[in-house]
Design a protein around this ligand. Structure first.
Ligand code: TGC
Ligand code: FAD
Length: 388
């Protein structure tokens, strides 16, 4: 019997070990997140973020694709499959894991000193310390090169001043990786959030990614020792190297939200009767379901191809952009179409569809808007940068 969620049989491309990783993540989502997520979303909070981080850490899901320092050292495909399952539950949960592993931990693993790695990575891998990644500012999102946050020398210390905006995990973080302008260009700093002058305010009134903590970070004369800076990396290439990692996880994750919406819409269409027959019997509904199945399959094949490439020869930034652009756009289309199939029930939190759809509006914007990824691809195709 054909699996309607995998008409093309893409599962055959996964090894038994990869399927086991996926099953383990699915299990923790089913037990510890799925029963509560609609409530957390409605309440606009993630009340058990610390417990959740520890549980995800105990399964090896935090920084799972990193080597050493307590990290699980799994493959890019394993990490992608985990992101898909997490985001099938909620994009906010995948965000927690992405920001911890692909942004904060990756930055420290790739650019940090041995001392920084030893101090933070084992605790972060275990979920005992939560990290955030501050690049975006109120006036500089797509164009982080214009950032105003400054780090200046004062004797052997560094002093940081500035504001970061829309920072995931910000007000629950124990450590912030903060990018700031210096006389030598952009540099990264590891900032314990208890440092005097550091404060974080949770952003309210979000209608998307509600089960996720998003914050403004204020750095007001934050004094750090010389060893707080990443030693080698200079320029935007530092933060952008981390974004490649998180964008890769997102191109898988978005498929999870889409799968959840497709599954819900398919079941609903079979149950819902109008004009004397199930709405799944109407050609217009079937066309919607068929398009969703095709795009889900295409997205899965693209994600798996990019994952296998990342595990072997590595990925170019434009390849990551291609995956993020396509898979998030298509996932959002799938969720919006699913919403129409559910009719009025499509706007109710009794079903996961509107939650996923609203979440993907954030996923579309963060980690590079569709316009930025289009221009990255345009630059790769033509050799001409059209950002400014
Ligand atoms: P540009 O002049 O092109 O490049 C500056 C330097 O960076 C290098 N570079 C990269 N390095 C690694 N990976 C990449 N993807 C890179 N792209 C560029 C480049 O070679 C250059 O190096 P060098 O040595 O010559 O200095 O920079 P630009 O100012 O023109 O900007 C390019 C652009 C627009 C693509 C970039 O700024 C961009 O990607 N903007 C979008 C910003 C963004 O995505 N922010 C995300 C913030 S984090 C977040 O959203 C977390 S969401 C939570 C979650 O993940 O769940
Ligand atoms: P802008 O850059 O102001 O863009 C507005 C519009 O203009 C977009 O459509 C954009 O594509 C378009 N535009 C801009 N420049 C061009 C151009 N050259 N050509 C054509 N169109 C253009 N950031 C972090 O650093 N860390 C985080 O943890 C983090 N978490 C986030 C969590 C959430 C829920 C959200 C919503 C955002 C988060 N962000 C985070 C910020 C995110 O990365 C930015 O919102 C994103 O990069 C876009 O920046 P912006 O919102 O300032 O939009």
């Amino acid at each position: 019997m054909t699996d309607p969620l995998d008409l093309a049989g893409t599962d055959d491309l996964l090894s038994p070990e990869e399927k086991a990783v996926r099953a383990a993540v699915r299990q923790v989502c089913d037990v510890s997140i799925e029963p509560y997520i609609a409530r957390w979303y409605e309440d606009g909070e993630l009340p058990v973020v610390r417990e959740l981080a520890k549980e995800l850490g105990s399964l090896g899901l935090l920084g799972m694709h990193l080597e050493g320092y307590g990290c699980a050292g799994m493959s890019a495909v394993d990490y992608g499959l985990a992101c898909l399952e997490l985001e099938a539950t909620d994009s906010g949960i995948r965000s927690l894991v992405s920001v911890q592993g692909s942004l904060a931990m990756y930055a420290i693993r790739r650019h940090g000193t041995e001392e920084q790695r030893r101090e933070w990575l084992p605790r972060m891998a275990a979920g005992e310390a939560i990290g955030c990644f501050g690049l975006t500012e109120p006036d500089h999102g797509s164009d982080p090169g214009g950032m105003r946050t400054r780090a200046r020398h004062d004797g052997s210390d560094w002093v940081l001043d500035g504001t970061k905006m829309w920072i995931t995990n910000g007000s629950v973080a124990d450590v912030a990786v903060v990018w700031a302008q210096t006389e030598e260009g952009v540099r990264g700093f590891v900032v314990p959030t208890g440092t005097p002058g550091f404060s974080a305010v949770t952003i309210k009134h979000k209608m998307s990614l509600r089960a996720s903590v998003t914050s403004e970070l204020v750095l007001d004369g934050v004094r750090l020792p010389a060893e707080a800076a990443f030693p080698e990396v200079r320029g935007l290439g530092g933060p952008l190297s981390c974004l490649n990692e998180a964008r890769y996880g997102i191109l898988w994750g978005a498929l999870g939200a889409a799968r959840s919406c497709f599954r819900t819409a398919l079941a609903y269409a079979g149950d819902r009767t109008q004009f004397g027959r199930p709405i799944s019997g109407f050609q217009l509904t079937q066309a919607k379901l068929a398009d969703m199945a095709v795009e889900l399959t295409n997205g899965t094949l693209l994600a798996l191809h990019l994952g296998r490439r990342k595990d072997t020869v590595g990925l170019r930034p434009e390849q990551v952009s291609l995956g993020k652009l396509n898979n998030v756009n298509k996932a959002l289309e799938i969720c919006r179409t699913a919403r129409t199939i559910l009719g009025a029930n499509g706007i109710s939190l009794e079903f996961p569809v509107i939650r996923h759809m609203n979440n993907l509006e954030s996923v579309l914007t963060y980690e590079g808007t569709p316009e930025m990824h289009t221009l990255v691809i345009g630059q790769a195709l033509t050799g001409q940068a059209a950002f400014r």
